[in-house]
Design a protein around this ligand. Structure first.
Ligand SMILES: Nc1nc2c(c(=O)[nH]1)N[C@H]1C(S)=C(S)[C@@H](COP(=O)(O)OP(=O)(O)OC[C@H]3O[C@@H](n4cnc5c(N)ncnc54)[C@H](O)[C@@H]3O)O[C@H]1N2
Ligand code: MOO
Length: 401
């Protein structure tokens, strides 16, 4: 049995990022991973421009104590530019976003001036440079504005568009194959006889992979039969970069996944000091990585989120693949455990209390998918014995699909 941290470190150490990139249209790149840093070909904004609707003036025309009246010599909507400089005693009507004409070094918002005909009266007390957004204040020409290895968000795709990009270099996506095992497991849509369960693991795993943005291969539901499991693992290994199974990794008479993996590939470890997820088989099947998740529905999804997902993120080329931890106060109930396994309890972050914090979602059995469905985080209880009372800080990892 190895510690959770060691298991995850061993898995992460053994996977390598995708090497090849491909160009895809920016509007199809949501969730894809940037294959090379994006460098600005021009500055943003590309001109000094007005931050307000108002009047562009020369600061030297102002009087220290008294208002001054200037002549409005031009009208400048956003998108237009003024070819000539403004001279002494002149002002220009200017809209938000319009380029600052030569000579203007101060913009006065229209609410504080008085306009009569082509005269505008400006009160004292305007600062040099006020309401002018300088060229390059957002992004300088030549700056690296997005780092390689980010998983592209709508804001980042908007940023690429604002920089004139129509397509973007992203890493190729790993292919990941999924199968469920178990004679008692039934494909949904069929009647359920006593002792049977519907195949929820394939749904959670396939959709979690879909949310991650990898290419998914569905190997279906396989009986607890050596030949059938062997055939499915071989099929997966020949098509995919990673193969994920659920069930059959414990010590029961029909737990055959480990045995088949041993025949076809190599087992690195199969017991981890964590709860849920003590039995889990990790290894290689030819070129593919193999993750044998436990059958219990909470255990399967928890191990996926805690161990497999960071590994797949690394394979996808994501730079920050280890999730951050938070410290939040426990808001209600006691959380206590003996000295045994690291316990990833299912919790909910609450923002509505006077102080933000975390609560347990209730029943913590490895078969209780409802408390996982209600959760948005894991409350991480360390391997040693703990007894947390309300108000104490606990370690939290947000569940991020
Ligand atoms: N003697 C021991 N027994 C068990 C141990 C142990 O250390 N010694 N560990 C327990 C723990 S912890 C877990 S977790 C499970 C893992 O067992 P398996 O991976 O072999 O899973 P199965 O036995 O096949 O199934 C467990 C449970 O999950 C249900 N299941 C399986 N597949 C699905 C699916 N696709 N969708 C929904 N539910 C599924 C299955 O019906 C069982 O109820 O072993 C413990 N036992
Ligand atoms: O380790 Mo098992 O995953 O608790 O139910």
């Amino acid at each position: 049995m190895i510690a959770f941290e060691e298991a995850r470190a061993r898995v992460l150490q053994s996977v390598t990022p995708m090497l090849q990139s491909e160009m895809v249209p920016v509007h199809e790149a949501l969730g894809r991973v940037l294959g090379q840093g994006a460098v600005a070909e021009f500055a943003v904004p590309n001109h000094d421009n007005s931050a307000m609707d108002g009047y562009g003036i020369r600061h030297a025309d102002l009087h220290p104590q008294d208002a001054v009246t200037l002549h409005v010599c031009a009208d400048l909507p956003a998108g237009d530019r003024l070819s000539q400089a403004i001279g002494a005693g002149q002002a220009v009507r200017i809209m938000t976003g319009a380029p600052i004409p030569a000579g203007v070094d101060c913009v006065v918002m229209q609410e504080v001036v008085q306009r009569v005909g082509d005269q505008v009266t400006i009160p004292a007390g305007q600062a040099l440079g006020q309401n002018i957004r300088p060229a390059g204040e957002d992004i300088a020409k030549g700056a690296l504005y997005l780092n390689k290895g980010v998983r592209l968000t709508p804001a980042q795709l908007g940023l690429l568009t604002s920089m004139g990009q129509t397509s973007v270099a992203v890493f190729k996506r790993p292919r990941v194959a999924v199968l469920s095992t178990g004679n008692e497991v039934v494909r949904v849509g069929n009647p359920l006889r006593p002792g049977q369960v519907y195949d929820s693991n394939r749904t959670t795993l396939l959709t979690a992979l879909q949310a991650l943005g990898v290419e998914v291969v569905d190997l279906g539901l396989v009986r607890d039969d050596r030949a059938a499991i062997r055939e499915a693992l071989e099929r997966g290994a020949s098509q995919a970069d990673a193969v994920i199974s659920s069930g059959g990794v414990s010590v029961g008479d029909y737990d055959l996944v480990k045995a088949v993996l041993q025949e076809l590939g190599q087992i690195d470890f199969w017991k981890v000091n964590m709860k849920p997820g003590k039995p889990q088989a990790y290894g290689t099947l030819g070129q593919a990585r193999f993750f044998g998740l436990p059958g219990n529905p909470v255990s399967a999804l928890a191990v996926f989120l805690l161990v497999v997902r960071p590994a797949l993120l690394k394979m996808m080329g994501v730079a920050e693949y280890v999730p951050p931890l938070l410290r939040l106060p426990l808001l209600e109930g006691r959380l206590r455990k003996k000295n045994n396994r690291v316990d990833f309890q299912r919790g909910l972050i609450r923002y509505d209390a006077q102080q933000p914090g975390v609560v347990s979602t209730g029943g913590q059995g490895s078969g209780m998918l409802s408390s996982m469905a209600a959760a948005d985080c894991f409350i991480v209880l360390p391997a040693e014995a703990v007894d947390y009372a309300p108000g104490e800080l606990v370690t939290v990892q947000r569940i991020d699909y």
